[in-house]
Ligand binder design. Structure first.
Ligand SMILES: Nc1ncnc2c1ncn2[C@@H]1O[C@H](COP(=O)(O)OP(=O)(O)O)[C@@H](O)[C@H]1O
Ligand SMILES: [Mg+2]
Length: 231
């Protein structure tokens, strides 16, 4: 049997997803700042490393040096941190607009010249990749139709080269059901937010979509510990 999913190692989440995140497809994680999106992504990459995969983390916001400083020594990441390929991506408007095939090709090559060639083909097999976050693209492009087009180009690319991609999207508090062009393209979408329970706010996540799986649709509360996200 071929395994068609990329687990996070968070058992309850993987079970709810029917085994894990889609393999060779795109997953989208949406949520407000501080909710735990980056941690979830790093846990997912660490699980890939544990399975002997090549994994890539691209930050468009916080420099990866800072992220490694904060989370690199956490128990869930410390063995994997040196095996994750970390990249910073500073997206400038002129690198995206007007959006041409050449610009698309250069975008990834410029950031990862060691593993992506000038024609955008990976030089090594890349199993898992995270872009944290795509909201940077959205803000720079500033045009819904163009962002939708750029998103669809990215998704075709991930499918073509067989990268399991996890894209992170920032949302505003309490706005989880709005916006987000990307969720129409993703094969799995998870929304993270603070939910009110007994006059307290707690972190929770909800699977909005997972193609091919009859997944639960309720909020699943979680904690953040030194071991990462715990459902
Ligand atoms: N070991 C830990 N125990 C409890 N909370 C933690 C721990 N490590 C990080 N956090 C919390 O996790 C949150 C950051 O999560 P992060 O994944 O960076 O959020 P996001 O990417 O959604 O903005 C912060 O609020 C931080 O305080
Ligand atoms: Mg983050």
């Amino acid at each position: 049997m071929t395994i068609s999913f990329e687990p996070s190692g968070i058992k309850k989440l993987d079970d709810a997803l029917g085994g894990g995140f889609p393999k060779g497809g795109v997953s989208l994680i949406v949520g407000p700042t501080g909710i735990g999106k980056t941690l979830l992504a790093l846990q997912w990459l660490a699980e890939g490393v544990k399975n002997g995969q090549n994994v890539v983390y691209i930050s468009t916001t916080v420099p990866v040096e800072r992220i490694k400083e904060y989370y690199g020594s956490a128990p869930f990441l410390k063995d994997a941190a040196s095996k994750i390929r970390w990249y910073n991506m500073d997206v400038e408007p002129k690198e995206l607009i007007p959006f041409t095939e050449n610009k698309q090709k250069r975008l990834f090559h410029n950031v990862m010249p060691d593993i992506i060639d000038e024609d955008m083909m990976p030089k090594i097999k890349i199993h898992r990749g995270v872009i944290d976050s795509i909201t940077s693209f959205d803000r720079i492009i500033g045009d819904k139709a163009l962002f939708r087009y750029v998103s669809s180009q990215f998704i075709k690319y991930f499918n073509k080269v067989g990268i399991s991609a996890m894209l992170i999207e920032e949302s505003n508090l309490g706005e989880v059901t709005s916006g987000g062009e990307m969720r129409n393209f993703a094969e799995a979408t998870i929304v993270m937010d603070y939910i009110e329970s007994k006059n307290m706010y707690m972190r929770a996540m909800k699977i909005m979509k997972r193609y091919g799986v009859n997944h639960p649709t309720y909020w699943m509360p979680f904690h953040i510990t030194d071991e990462g996200l715990v459902l």
